[in-house]
Ligand binder design. Structure first.
Ligand SMILES: *[C@@H]1O[C@H](CO)[C@@H](O)[C@H](O)[C@H]1NC(C)=O
Ligand SMILES: *[C@@H]1O[C@H](CO)[C@@H](O)[C@H](O)[C@H]1NC(C)=O
Length: 515
């Protein structure tokens, strides 16, 4: 009896200890969107065509519901309304992206579109007038189509056009925008866009992803150095980049599985983080070695991974003031030859890893997204250990979470799946901060509102606000998760029993027992 009471007391205490972690005083909260996914007005006010306009119009079948972002959430026409919703949420910052084609219709600076400058000026000013910081991404999947017709990221010249575009942004908005990120999710941009059929422009060259990666890293570094040279002293802002980190665990404790998981983490995340944040710079060794070996086996004269020159390595190394992170889920890896596993979502010969989902974990409307909160803490710890160089520029680099969230498939306002996911993942993030000393300074939920989810169209909803896409006025309605997020921002801690007025109680996640 006594021991049972002690046990209950112990578990209550340890549970409430976890619950009591608060968000540090200077920790910032935000929500995120991207231009193509919410703006609409695809050909309004002189905007040029980008690769998503082109692909959705010329090949509608590439999108699950044959939809497009022509109107999307119509955010182009809803600056005041949306900023009021942000203000009601109580966020410190709003992460959005600028449409390159709205600023430079041809992709180049030969013509700067006045309506593009006007639109983002109004958005930025309205945010600041309401005490919300803009955190701006320069490229979120939407390359101008005329630049794609010159080879897109397979063409190294794109790096110079990107630098010119960044110059226009600093010049016009840098007096008010203090937090910039260059690219969103380079791995999907390159791997799924130039070596796969999941994102525009859907080019399927075996070396396409790696060629794209080189251009993108050089473009990022040029934009960073341009800021240092011409703008940093007067504008005093910061430049980062946004990497997605899927977390890869070994499927078993075998050495082979450990190696497969490590390779997967280096290929997916290290590919773009190592050249910027590691002491040595350059691609991860394991990536260089594996691709060279595979290329030799194929009888190629040289590696499919183009080498970075020493000059390029130095240009890229150290070229960020913070590390933006998008995190959603976790996979479990074995080497490819391991039998009886079946092809996983990440079945990648170059890295000899076959990574599968945990079919028992809670799912979502997205086939690639399972609820595995521990992977968030593991990712943050891996980053801390991997790029922790006491004598160097990056010693436990500052991380800002710029996307985290989950999809469902309906206009469900009582969105317990999202409430539980956010609470669970934020709890793991708090443990990473308080117990592991990870350097996380902010968190943006994906997404502010339901929007165009790339090749899944409007079939997957990630929003804290629902949007009625059948109504021309695109009305927004807060879901339960919006109220719960607002409560977290206000109280600066997670309240597992908080139920906003008018909503049904959530059962609480299965995983809660494990906290
Ligand atoms: C976090 O990063 C910032 C910026 O690089 C740095 O000044 C700070 O010392 C870091 N904090 C920790 C706990 O490592
Ligand atoms: C959690 O929220 C409920 C309201 O739903 C409130 O009664 C309770 O005091 C809150 N708990 C904490 C610890 O803030």
């Amino acid at each position: 009896m006594i021991s049972l009471a002690a046990l209950i007391l112990f578990s209550l205490t340890s549970f409430s200890n976890c619950k009591e972690y608060t968000f540090p005083d200077n920790f910032k909260f935000g929500v995120a969107t991207s231009a193509y996914q919410v703006e609409g007005a695809w050909n309004v006010g002189g905007k040029g065509e980008n690769i998503w306009d082109y692909m959705t119009h010329t090949n509608p079948s590439s999108i699950l519901d044959k939809s497009n972002g022509d109107i999307a959430c119509d955010s182009y026409n809803k600056i005041k309304e949306d900023v009021q919703l942000l203000k009601n949420l109580g966020v410190d910052f709003y992460r959005f992206s600028i449409s390159w084609s709205r600023i430079l219709p041809s992709g180049k600076t030969e013509y700067i579109n006045p309506d593009g400058i006007r639109y983002y000026n109004e958005l930025i000013d309205e945010l600041l007038a309401n005490n919300i910081e803009p955190l701006v991404t320069m490229h979120h999947f939407d390359l101008p189509q005329p630049l794609e017709e010159e080879g897109g990221f397979l063409n190294l010249a794109i790096a110079d056009y990107f630098e010119d575009y960044a110059d226009v942004l600093y010049k016009n908005f840098g007096d008010r925008v203090k937090e910039w990120t260059t690219f969103n999710e380079p791995t999907p941009v390159c791997f799924l866009g130039y070596s796969g059929e999941f994102l525009a422009p859907m080019i399927t060259r075996k070396d396409g992803g790696y060629l794209c990666g080189r251009t993108l890293l050089i473009a990022h570094a040029k934009a960073y150095h341009l800021y240092n040279k011409r703008y940093r002293a007067s504008q005093k802002g910061r430049i980062g980049i946004v990497h997605n980190i899927f977390w890869f665990e070994p499927r078993t404790n075998s050495i082979k599985d450990l190696q497969a998981a490590e390779a997967a983490n280096e290929f997916n995340f290290g590919w773009f983080a190592n050249p910027i944040f590691s002491k040595e710079g350059d691609y991860p060794q394991i990536m260089k070695g594996s691709i060279e070996y595979a290329s030799k086996q194929e009888g190629l004269p040289k590696s499919r991974l183009p080498e970075l020159t020493q000059e390029e390595i130095e240009l890229i190394k150290g070229s960020a003031d913070f590390l933006g992170i998008n995190h959603y889920t976790t996979f479990y890896c074995s080497p490819i030859e391991e039998e009886g596993i079946g092809k996983g979502l990440f079945y990648l010969p170059d890295m000899d890893a076959n990574c599968v989902m945990d079919e028992k974990a809670d799912g979502s409307a997205s086939f690639w997204l399972k609820v595995i909160p521990s992977g968030f803490r593991n990712s943050l710890n891996w980053i801390k250990e991997q790029y922790n160089n006491p004598e160097e520029q990056y010693n436990n680099p500052e991380v800002i979470i710029l996307e985290n969230g989950i999809s469902d498939d309906g206009n469900l306002l009582n969105d317990c799946l999202r409430v539980n996911y956010n609470n669970l993942y934020l709890t793991e993030m708090l443990k990473a901060i308080h117990e592991d000393g990870c350097n996380v300074s902010g968190y943006a939920a994906w997404s502010f509102m339901d929007n165009f989810e790339w090749t899944s169209g409007y079939t997957q909803k990630f929003g804290l606000y629902s949007v009625d896409f059948d109504d021309p006025a695109r009305p927004r309605t807060p879901k339960m998760s919006a109220f719960v997020f607002k409560n977290i921002i206000q109280e600066r801690k997670i309240n597992w029993t908080y139920t906003p007025e008018g909503f049904g109680k959530c059962d609480g996640p299965k995983l809660k027992d494990e906290l």
